[in-house]
Design a protein around this ligand. Structure first.
Ligand code: ZN
Length: 417
């Protein structure tokens, strides 16, 4: 089988490119075997093949074009074989559109200290092993040059993730877009550690992911093609970000190359735009301009603007749903805490300009009551609002790029906020 031919089942076309203010910005269409994604787009996270408390039909009505699930969680439960037997992730969860899975690396490597941007890890058999942070919690993940060994958060059993295992799991889960297995570094790691991480782990792991992907694509030739994105690391260092973009853009195994790129890892918020700009610029120079770019785990409003302006096509993040469940609700001007006493008797919607189901039918007072009482319906209503807020914002960015009035849209958005 000709793998390069199979690869054409996945496609990305740029429709509109550049803007006098933002040369790297673009809008386009990703085509997958399960449908299209108009970009830029926000991809809500359905960690365990569900957005907690909200049905796929509602997510569709909120404007979600695709959903992203988590390979680590689905491997632990129900097991990737169940998703494979069901006909893949989309069919399993009754989502009739494109799907993504992440490689599992982020969850595996952050097991010791939770889901923070700054994550401490220990490295075995490494000449530059560094003790980087006080270990208050038990270390649950250990990295070596071949992969990561970790303790299951469900039953404490010892498990292993390698590029080959991650790709096997992701192929069985069956999402349209998958990510290569990489090492997640943190801003606490030294430059020397970042260099070693790229050379000894992230780059070879990228090639091994591509190799496993080529073999699995051949083996599963009758299944729809699943695209594989490389992950660009390199923290805050321009030369490392550019080097990794160049290296992975040129990587090829059996005529198969990466279908797109994830920008991941340690990002200093103040320098987010600059860092993404380096990656985008380097990908353009490496003849990889016509491949989609995904910014991993980002949904803060200012970061979405920075990402889009610097050539990011898709974003994912758990925050809109997670914060909603905790009572943090998004409005154009600020994030409000619905549990605050001042909302107890506030009979207005969360945002009177919002077009979501929650704002059309329910008041802040009712939401405050539900969230404080731990009622499931409160989490559902709050999640609907936050997901709609972010989906609509990115949709409006896309429309304004297509209409050539992005700058106007942005000024208006911040003037109203
Ligand atoms: Zn709303």
């Amino acid at each position: 089988m000709n793998l390069a031919e199979k690869q054409t089942e996945f496609d990305f076309k740029i429709r509109r490119k550049g803007d006098p203010h933002f040369l790297l910005m673009r809008s386009g269409v990703i085509t997958t075997p399960h449908g299209r994604i108009e970009t830029p787009a926000f991809i809500p996270v359905a960690t365990r093949a569900t957005i907690k408390g909200v049905s796929p039909e509602i997510m569709h009505s909120l404007g979600a074009q695709a959903l992203l699930a988590n390979a680590y969680h689905l491997r632990l439960r129900p097991g990737e074989d169940i998703l494979d037997s069901a006909g893949g992730l989309g069919r399993f969860m009754n989502w009739n559109g494109p799907t993504f899975t992440d490689s599992g690396g982020f969850q595996v490597m952050s097991l010791g200290v939770g889901f923070k941007k700054v994550i401490a890890m220990s490295v075995e058999e490494s000449s530059t092993a560094e003790k980087l942070a006080p270990k208050k919690k038990e270390q649950l993940a250990f990295i070596d040059q071949d992969g990561v060994t970790f303790k299951s958060h469900l039953d404490g059993g010892i498990l292993r993730f390698t590029p080959e295992i991650s790709l096997e799991v992701q192929h069985a889960i069956g999402a349209d877009i998958m990510f290569a297995f990489d090492e997640l570094t943190t801003l606490l790691h030294s430059r020397q550690y970042q260099v070693e991480s790229l050379e000894v782990r992230t780059h070879p792991w990228g090639i091994r992911s591509l190799q496993a992907h080529a073999e699995l694509t051949k083996k599963r030739a009758k299944k729809p093609y699943q695209a594989l994105f490389a992950v660009l690391q390199g923290a805050n260092f321009e030369d490392l970000r550019r080097q990794t973009a160049r290296y992975l853009a040129h990587a090829q195994v059996d005529g198969l190359d990466f279908d797109g790129f994830g920008i991941g890892g340690a990002l200093e918020k103040e320098r987010l735009a600059e860092i993404i700009g380096w990656c985008a610029d380097e990908l353009n120079s490496a003849d990889a301009e016509e491949k989609p770019r995904h910014l991993l785990g980002i949904s803060a409003v200012s970061d979405l603007f920075s990402g889009v302006e610097n050539g990011v096509d898709t974003f994912d993040c758990v925050s809109p749903a997670r914060e909603a469940r905790n009572g943090a609700l998004y409005t154009p001007s600020k994030r409000i805490n619905i549990k605050n006493a001042k909302y107890r008797a506030d009979f207005t919607p969360i945002d009177d300009r919002c077009d979501c189901y929650t704002c059309a039918h329910y008041t802040k007072a009712y939401l405050a009551h539900l969230i404080k009482s731990g009622e499931m319906f409160g989490a559902t209503l709050a999640t609907i609002h936050n997901e709609r807020f972010i989906l609509q914002l990115v949709d409006n960015m896309r429309k304004s790029i297509q209409n050539g009035n992005y700058q106007e849209f942005k000024e208006q958005f911040f003037a109203n906020s």
